[in-house]
Ligand binder design. Structure first.
Ligand code: SF4
Ligand code: SF4
Length: 472
């Protein structure tokens, strides 16, 4: 047995820390703006108010777990309307498909929370420790007072950001001003503190230490999105036919790349895009900014690195101009995604306007399926959940229709009318009875339709169920 077989080389390679250098340019500016807008939306939204009348919370966006309701400005989603949430999730998925097929991992590069919070953490790191070279120096030097102090300040600010992140999250689940008061007076529910602690730690760890490793190893999205990309998808590419052979501009025959490593040094993923398209590239565009700056300084055309599709690469190598951005964006695949996305969106809007402010769900009581009364009549019981999704109490009148004759009675009520309080769900037991020897009493099963009508309005809904007769 050889020495190598006895001691096979380790397949583990320790992570090389990444110290992205500061860069200025179009894509960096765009990323700063998006970061400010997205963090602003995240932190401010729970504090926005929306007047819904006296019986409902006035928080504009609220996931009301105790009331089992989701409030989004003027829209109120009840548990039985979960299809709206499902529709929104489908739209989010189709939106991701659309953006990925048009421009690769743009979600990852510009809008993913992991990217946004990591950008913020790197900003703090740079502010406390300095730019790339200073950070590398600090990282390599042994622990001393300077290193302790700078890391201590940095970690402290990261923790505060993590705390604000976890804090903002819990505000989405209950009235924000009330919860803030309860939190600072230590009267909030333990679940709020535990959630905040978990999110503080995960934000601190993911944004501070795990960073690009989450994107490369933990996130499934890079693997999935490869299926949505094709040769016309815009990704970040290096024009090696223009840049190579890289090296000093004073050497005749060299390409435009002066091998300055600026594109590598700014990359938050720590990769060299000149090696070709890579799974780790989040298409953030920072290497484009860095290289364009270099090209400006050495008087060469911009876009040695740029948004580029594989088809463009082929065309440019053949001396033809690249296709326009619009030709990449408007393709059969992207148009199909847009149509699907729009279709689901229109469907949701139509459903929102057509939905009834009252609702009923019917659960037949099946233990027993029927009872025989003293006069021989057959009786079935049903539990109705009557929902009044309006700001005022409403009177609901119940009725039943069926080809087989059955009568209706309500448990604990004189007639067939009940009052359902505003924004409440009321449970009501209902009895349907068939006369002895009637068709409904003797048939195994008869279809019945239970109607609910709101008095004084045109709101009318129904629910179909079955009436069980004698089985013999
Ligand atoms: S290679 Fe360029 S676009 Fe890709 S992650 Fe690095 S800096 Fe961003
Ligand atoms: S920034 Fe541009 S010139 Fe410098 S190494 Fe990268 S590709 Fe070459």
């Amino acid at each position: 047995m050889s020495q190598e077989d006895a001691n096979p080389p380790s397949l583990y390679v320790a992570r090389e820390p990444v110290f992205p250098r500061r860069v200025k340019g179009t894509f960096r500016t765009l990323k700063w703006w998006l970061l400010a807008v997205m963090l602003g939306i995240y932190y401010i939204t729970p504090w926005l108010r929306w007047d819904r009348g006296p019986n409902l919370p006035d928080q504009a966006v609220l996931i009301d777990m105790s009331g089992r309701r989701f409030f989004f400005f003027m829209i109120e989603i009840w548990p039985h309307e979960f299809y709206f949430i499902a529709g929104l999730l489908i739209m989010a998925g189709l939106g991701l498909f659309l953006f990925t097929s048009a421009a690769g991992r743009v979600w990852c590069g510009y809008a993913c929370p992991q990217t946004v919070w990591t950008d913020l953490f790197i900003l703090v790191e740079r502010w406390v420790e300095g730019d790339r070279n200073a950070r590398i120096r600090l990282h390599r030097q042994p622990w001393n007072w300077e290193k302790l102090l700078k890391n201590g300040i940095k970690w402290w600010i990261w923790l505060l950001i993590g705390l604000a992140t976890g804090g903002a999250w819990v505000f989405y689940f209950t009235d924000a001003p009330t919860l803030l008061r309860d939190l600072v007076t230590f009267q909030a529910h333990p679940a709020a503190y535990i959630t905040m602690l978990i999110l503080t730690f995960t934000t601190f760890f993911f944004g501070g230490f795990a960073r690009e490793q989450i994107c490369i190893y933990a996130c499934p999205w890079p693997r999935i999105q490869a299926a949505m990309m094709d040769e016309d998808t815009l990704t970040i590419g290096y024009r090696d036919w223009r840049g190579e052979p890289r090296g000093k501009q004073t050497v005749e025959g060299n390409g435009d790349c002066i091998d300055c490593m600026a594109c590598v040094n700014v990359c938050p993923m720590g990769i060299d895009i000149r090696d070709g398209q890579q799974l780790a590239c989040i298409t953030c565009g920072l290497c484009i900014d860095a290289c364009n700056d270099v090209m400006d300084r050495i008087g060469k055309p911009r876009d040695l690195i740029g948004y580029l599709a594989l088809t463009d690469e082929t065309r440019e190598r053949a001396g033809q101009p690249a296709k326009s951005v619009w030709a990449h964006v408007f393709r059969v695949r992207t148009i199909l995604y847009t149509v699907l996305w729009g279709g689901v969106g229109v469907g949701l809007i139509v459903a929102l306007f057509l939905r009834s402010p009252i609702d009923v769900s019917v659960t037949p009581v099946r233990n027993p399926t029927y009872v025989t009364l003293s006069d021989g009549s057959i009786r079935n019981a049903y539990d109705l959940r009557l929902r009044n999704m309006q700001g005022a109490d409403a009177q609901f009148t119940l009725a039943v229709t069926s080809e087989a004759f059955v009568t209706m009675a309500l448990e604990g009520q004189e007639g067939l009318t009940v009052t359902v309080p505003a924004n409440e769900t009321m449970q009501q037991r209902v009895y349907l009875t068939a006369q002895p020897d009637s068709e409904a009493a003797t048939e195994d099963r008869s279809d019945v339709r239970i109607w609910v009508e709101e008095l004084g309005t045109t709101n009318r809904i129904h629910h179909d169920t079955v009436f069980n007769g004698k089985e013999d």
